[in-house]
Design a protein around this ligand. Structure first.
Ligand SMILES: NC(=O)c1ccc[n+]([C@@H]2O[C@H](COP(=O)([O-])OP(=O)(O)OC[C@H]3O[C@@H](n4cnc5c(N)ncnc54)[C@H](O)[C@@H]3O)[C@@H](O)[C@H]2O)c1
Length: 294
């Protein structure tokens, strides 16, 4: 597969990171958001990541300009028709993702490979609603995308062997390490990680320890780079809530069920870092645990 142009749909937390690593790998990148405001916010996130790299001496001004020069933002999905591969990175909602793929299916040539960055939705179900189910894969990146080495490459029941290997090669071309996974809800990493994160919230609800106790416990006792509640704030509580509901629907096991506290926090708009507050309040430096959650 010859890739020159990559389309990215969604420029939120993950989409901006994916657009950035594709541009860094030398591809021309077209990134679509639903409004000019959200597009400016997403592209701003990329710019500030690169600016920090320049400040720290990790990249030159020339390299920064070169990467940004390969990125083009748009609010029109039709513009992505020129892409060799399109990566969908919109909210974790099947209806929203299907709508994107149906629109893309109508404008992209048959050769364009479709990929979803979904954490928990069925690749098979999304692929089946397009006219190219054999050229449809999961490409599951990790947050923060520019720093995390792993990409899960997901093969649905309908993905052709050729498309799957092309996707593996594409992930490698981004400097990532691909692992192959089959289309089982949560793939490898979230199958193991999500019950752990949900259990950390249950431990807080049950008074096992405070926000700091739980995070310090796992950081210092298990050598994790950050505690589970800090990680939840990074992932986004709204996204975690959507993932947990999808996994619980699939497996009907308590370990995947979203705890009531998670639901209440999402209802309250406490989404984590992206909204400024989750288990921690990011208006303080360093961030402080939010009081009165339980
Ligand atoms: N947050 C994580 O750590 C993480 C990790 C791996 C995978 N994912 C998956 O990545 C996807 C996106 O998650 P996120 O954390 O970036 O969410 P996010 O809320 O930060 O970003 C989603 C973006 O998609 C945009 N969007 C919605 N509909 C759109 C459309 N039709 N066209 C273009 N843009 C559209 C929204 O405006 C928003 O900016 C989800 O499927 C999620 O499960 C998230």
């Amino acid at each position: 597969m010859q890739v020159q142009t990559v389309g990215v749909v969604g420029c939120g937390l993950m989409g901006s990171g994916i657009a950035q690593v594709c541009a860094e790998a030398g591809y021309r990148v077209l990134v679509r958001e639903v409004s000019e405001d959200l597009l400016a916010k997403g592209l701003g996130r990329i710019r500030s990541f690169l600016d920090k790299g320049v400040e720290k001496g990790k990249l030159t001004q020339e390299r920064r300009a070169e990467v940004l020069g390969r990125l083009e933002g748009t609010t029109s999905l039709q513009k992505l028709a020129a892409s060799d591969i399109v990566i969908e990175v919109v909210v974790e909602n099947l209806a929203a993702k299907r709508e994107v793929f149906q629109e893309l299916d109508a404008v992209c040539p048959p050769r364009t490979l479709f990929a979803s960055n979904t954490s928990s939705l069925s690749i098979t179900e999304m692929a089946a609603t397009t006219k190219r189910p054999d050229r449809f894969v999961g490409l599951h990146f990790f947050n923060p995308v520019p720093l995390m080495k792993l990409v899960e490459v997901v093969r649905s029941l309908l993905t052709s062997a050729e498309s799957f290997e092309n996707a593996v090669e594409f992930a490698r071309s981004l400097g990532k390490t691909p692992v192959r996974a089959s289309d089982k809800t949560g793939f490898v990493v979230n199958r193991l990680l999500v019950p752990y994160l949900l259990d950390a919230i249950r431990a807080l609800e049950e008074g096992v320890g405070s926000v700091l106790d739980i995070d310090e416990g796992m950081r210092l006792g298990c050598g994790h780079p950050m505690g589970p509640l800090t990680l939840l704030d990074f992932v986004g509580l709204d996204t975690t809530y959507a993932i947990a509901n999808i996994m619980f629907d699939e497996f009907r096991e308590r370990r995947f069920a979203p705890p009531p506290l998670l639901k209440r926090m999402v209802q309250a708009g406490l989404f984590g870092r992206k909204s400024g507050k989750g288990f921690y309040d990011y208006s303080h430096e360093p961030a402080q645990p939010v009081a009165g959650l339980v």
